[in-house]
Ligand binder design. Structure first.
Ligand code: HEC
Length: 260
């Protein structure tokens, strides 16, 4: 009898715990502030990438972010996926100097990049990266949209979220106030500071907000290049299941037709 009571109590506790856990997790995931909503072309279950936007986003990465952030999971040749031609990719790769070696004399050397090279690392190692950034390490951006709650929405918010600190908040030396960064003090100086900081090849007006959106789209593609294939496959599977379901139902009706 007593054992049964203990069991029931344990069950009740377990149910209570599992019911409260997801809520707690969801709360933590919400973060401190709500992110401004951006209508990205890849939002929703059927969304796809806007190639022109992803290309502009790569330009923002290349001309601004690449000074501090690497993307070591990407090779230059992957840029063909976003619609750049063979020649453009070769030219982009050749415009950077890549560390290679050792050569026959055992020395490391630099050479122009090739399409098969991974994106150039901006710093030789993490210590050098920290030394150049006030002790903070700029994270690799290859899968950053997967590594942060909110993904592209968060990256966009972070890039446009630099403001003056509210009354009574002192920002530490070398830090910057950002509304959307957890804790609000970030070591990254605002990378996108003024409209027209870049000129986009397709004539799009390069406002800070536009550059932030575009680079967020590019980082989403980088983290999830298979997104469109995966979604197209999902649609095909749903169509297949609908047809199969219809057939199964028809067969069932036929087989059971004589049973009254
Ligand atoms: C001058 C160097 C520098 C440049 C340029 C720069 N960043 Fe950063 N970034 C940093 C540093 C340093 C950190 C680490 C900040 C910290 O932890 O306080 C960081 C952090 C980040 C983070 C992580 C924030 C988090 O939630 O942890 C993202 C995302 C990011 N940068 C995106 C970008 C993008 C996109 C660009 C280009 C538009 C860019 N950065 C340009 C130095 C830079």
């Amino acid at each position: 009898m007593a054992l049964r009571f203990v069991k029931a109590a344990a069950l009740a506790a377990a149910v209570g715990l599992s019911a409260s856990l997801p809520m707690g997790a969801a709360k933590a995931a919400e973060g401190p502030v709500e992110l401004p909503h951006v209508n990205f072309s890849f939002n929703g279950p059927f969304g796809t990438f806007d190639r022109a936007q992803v290309q502009r986003g790569f330009q923002v990465y290349k001309d601004v972010c690449a000074a501090c952030h690497g993307m070591h999971l990407l090779a230059y040749r992957n840029l063909r996926d976003i619609g750049l031609s063979e020649e453009e990719v070769t030219a982009i790769a050749a415009s950077v100097q890549i560390q290679d070696g050792p050569n026959d004399n055992g020395e490391m050397f630099e050479r122009p990049g090739r399409a098969s090279d991974r994106f150039r690392r901006p710093f030789a190692n993490d210590a050098a990266a920290r030394a150049a950034n006030n002790g903070a390490l700029p994270p690799d951006l290859s899968v950053i949209t997967k590594a942060r709650v909110g993904g592209a929405q968060y990256i966009h918010a972070l890039l446009v979220g630099y403001t003056q600190p509210p009354e009574g908040v002192t920002v530490m030396e070398g830090m910057h106030y950002n509304e959307y960064f957890p804790g609000h003090q970030i070591a990254m100086a605002p990378p996108l500071v003024q409209d027209g900081q870049l000129t986009f090849g397709d004539g799009t007006n390069a406002t800070v907000d536009q550059m932030a959106r575009d680079v967020s789209a590019f980082l989403t593609w980088a983290a999830e290049p298979e997104l469109e294939t995966r979604r197209a496959m999902g649609v095909r599977i749903l169509i297949f299941l609908a047809i199969l379901g219809g057939l199964t139902y028809a067969v069932k009706r036929k087989i059971w037709a004589d049973v009254h």
